[in-house]
Design a protein around this ligand. Structure first.
Ligand code: ADP
Ligand code: ZN
Length: 620
């Protein structure tokens, strides 16, 4: 039955892509997913952030008769999407608890009158009797279950209402459903399929690689803040970013520090009052180049496509969280950075959090293993992206060429003797002490505690003067990362030997380690600009001026309408304008991201700016 509409619906979908969204071609497998849904079948879609999930249900909702119902867990996310769709001339609305009753009733009326292409709703709203009754009367074009990993009880985003969404299938068996998520792991995928009754659905699993994100990890004991500042100034002046810290106190001090250095930085954490948080979020979305310094409370459900960097000033608790957090950079596909500075103290602090959390032993064991994997990742000597993707079960054949290790391979040295000394120091002092104490022993420092414990009379006292303290710290970190030492379960930071260290102590294994980094250089010091997509060298002065003028026009139009700049046009669209320099409506329409509706709305303003900056006429 579906077959006979195929040729026609393919053409319709392509028209919608071009005329409404202003894009040239589908990014596979968008086309396949869209065809499947249009023909009435179900799909499960796993795509990384920025992969282009939204089009997969928006286009079928527009093409199919009736209204597409999108279930989304976060009000901010819904509002964002609705706003963006309306800017494209698509008839979209949302129903959530933020609406007053009369507003909600108005939306319901539009819906029943067939005046909506897409309706976004929170899951708890969807399950109400009222909504279910409305669904019976209206004609749902499809159900899109966004952020479908919220159905997983083991994930940190679990939403109990998601489990009830299986009734959609029972009540509306004819309506196609699509579940979408950016969460990569296989157990979650299985849970989505089982709990949402999608066993018959076709699965589309995309690569989780985000090649536009340059990954950098630095060890940094004391000067992380200064390094962060240098990184932002070098690579992302005036651009938007997120800086993650472990504690609220640190969030505040780092935000203050960055602001004192002339950057636009605002703090965000759960301890701030509601208005302060809303204000920070609003500024991040509506002003250009705002940096939010935040605890992990910030970020989920933020669709801002032009976040140019995500920085971590502490090690995250797992690679899962890390990958999710850095994924908030560069959704628009333009070059972006994931930058981290970490220290051994982070491991100790995270360990304390795990042990103090009151979870059962099994849970703690899992958390510890995740933390170990995280530290192992930080101390890698091979391509980070290969390791990350491998952790999520995806092979990457070649080193990526876009991480600190690929760009600036670490120097290795034979650390066998150093490791033996370090491990002996742990052993001889009774496996009770932390790294700083052990380093003092190795360096033979005169210290009251050391002499009180009699550790100055042992053979390991003063045997390590060939290395500097920061080099010893690197040795200890790598010994922990490679499983020769563990941090005590009590979380005081005391180091224990593991059985794995025996062959090292006996001299049966050679150990190679990366040298401690002293240099402050970050890979590719070159200043990156959003416009890099069109030309990876720096912009010519006249291009620079046009780029600024295009951005200013966008900002003005956005402010007039009370929407974020990227809702008018994305950076990618402005970059394409810069590259093509359209001179009339027809050529402007060829720019990626310019559809008919936006052409009508903003075409003239942008054509004026372009005309005022002809190429190759640099007055300077
Ligand atoms: P996701 O929801 O998977 O994180 P989005 O749906 O927000 O990703 O899409 C990310 C960006 O890519 C958006 O700016 C979107 O407009 C753009 N995009 C999606 N599909 C295409 C396409 N076929 N051609 C060009 N740009 C696209
Ligand atoms: Zn790499």
């Amino acid at each position: 039955m579906a077959g006979q509409f195929d040729a026609h619906s393919v053409r319709r979908a392509e028209e919608v892509l071009r005329d409404i969204f202003g894009y040239e071609a589908f990014r596979p497998p968008q086309d396949e997913i869209i065809q499947l849904l249009i023909s009435g079948e179900d799909a499960v879609v796993l795509m990384p952030t920025g992969g282009g999930k939204s089009l997969c249900y928006q286009i079928p909702a527009i093409v199919r008769p009736g209204t597409g119902i999108v279930i989304s867990p976060l009000i901010a996310l819904m509002q964002d999407q609705v706003q963006a769709l309306r800017q494209l001339g698509v008839r979209a609305a949302c129903l959530n608890s933020a609406l007053e009753l009369p507003q909600a009733e108005a939306v319901e009326r539009q819906w029943l009158n067939g005046e909506l292409d897409l309706l976004y709703a929170a899951p708890e709203r969807l399950m109400t009797e009222r909504f279910q009754a409305l669904l019976e009367q209206a004609q749902p074009a499809l159900f899109a279950i966004d952020e479908a990993h919220c159905v997983s009880q083991w994930g940190h985003d679990f939403r109990p209402e998601y489990i009830q969404l299986s009734v959609l299938h029972e009540r509306f068996a004819q309506v196609p459903r699509v579940a979408l998520t950016a969460t990569a792991d296989a157990p979650t995928r299985r849970e989505i399929v089982e709990r949402l009754g999608l066993t018959g659905a076709r699965q589309f699993i995309s690569s989780f690689d985000r090649p536009n994100i340059c990954i950098t990890v630095n060890e940094s004991a004391s000067n992380a803040r200064d390094r962060l500042l240098r990184f932002i100034r070098d690579r992302h002046p005036g651009e938007a970013g997120i800086v993650y810290c472990l504690s609220r106190r640190k969030v505040e001090s780092v935000a203050e520090y960055l602001a004192s250095q002339g950057l636009t930085a605002v703090p965000y954490h759960a301890g701030l009052d509601k208005d302060a948080r809303a204000n920070a979020l609003h500024r991040f979305l509506h002003e250009d180049g705002v940096i939010v310094v935040a605890t992990i409370a910030f970020g989920m459900g933020i669709d801002k496509p032009d976040v140019r960097f995500v920085a971590h000033l502490n090690m995250p608790k797992s690679l899962e969280s890390y990958y999710q957090e850095i994924g908030r950079a560069g959704r628009d596909g333009l070059p972006s950075d994931a930058w981290m500075a970490y220290q051994l103290q982070d491991v100790i602090q995270l360990r304390q959090m795990i042990e103090g959390a009151g979870a059962d032993d099994e849970h703690k064991r899992v958390e510890r293993a995740k933390l170990d994997a995280m530290l192992g990742y930080c101390e890698l000597t091979k391509c980070r992206r290969q390791a990350l993707l491998a952790y999520f079960g995806e092979p990457l054949d070649e080193p990526c060429g876009n991480c600190d290790i690929c760009l600036q391979p670490p120097e290795l040295f034979d650390a066998t003797v150093a490791a033996q000394k370090a491990l002996s120091a742990v052993h001889r002092t009774g496996q009770r002490f932390g790294v700083n104490y052990l380093i003092d022993v190795l360096l033979g420092k005169p210290d009251e505690r050391i002499s009180r414990f009699g550790h100055d009379r042992q053979s390991t006292y003063g045997i390590g003067t060939e290395l500097a303290p920061h080099e010893w710290r690197a040795v200890f970190r790598q010994l922990i990362a490679h499983g020769y030492l563990t941090v005590d379960l009590e979380g005081h930071g005391g180091l224990h030997l593991t059985p794995a260290c025996r062959p090292v102590l006996r001299g049966e294994t050679q150990l190679s380690m990366r040298k401690a980094m002293k240099s402050t250089a970050s890979p590719g010091r070159r200043r990156r600009r959003a416009a890099d997509t069109l030309d990876s060298s720096a912009l010519a002065p006249e291009d620079e001026r046009l780029w600024e003028a295009l951005r200013n026009t966008r900002k003005r139009l956005a402010d007039e309408r009370g929407v974020p700049s990227y809702v008018i046009f994305s950076d990618a669209t402005l970059a394409d304008m810069l590259a093509r320099r359209p001179t009339d409506a027809r050529t402007l329409l060829a720019v990626s991201g310019v559809g008919q509706y936006k052409l009508d709305q903003y075409g003239e303003q942008f054509l004026e700016v372009l005309a005022a900056h002809p190429p190759g006429l640099d007055p300077a």
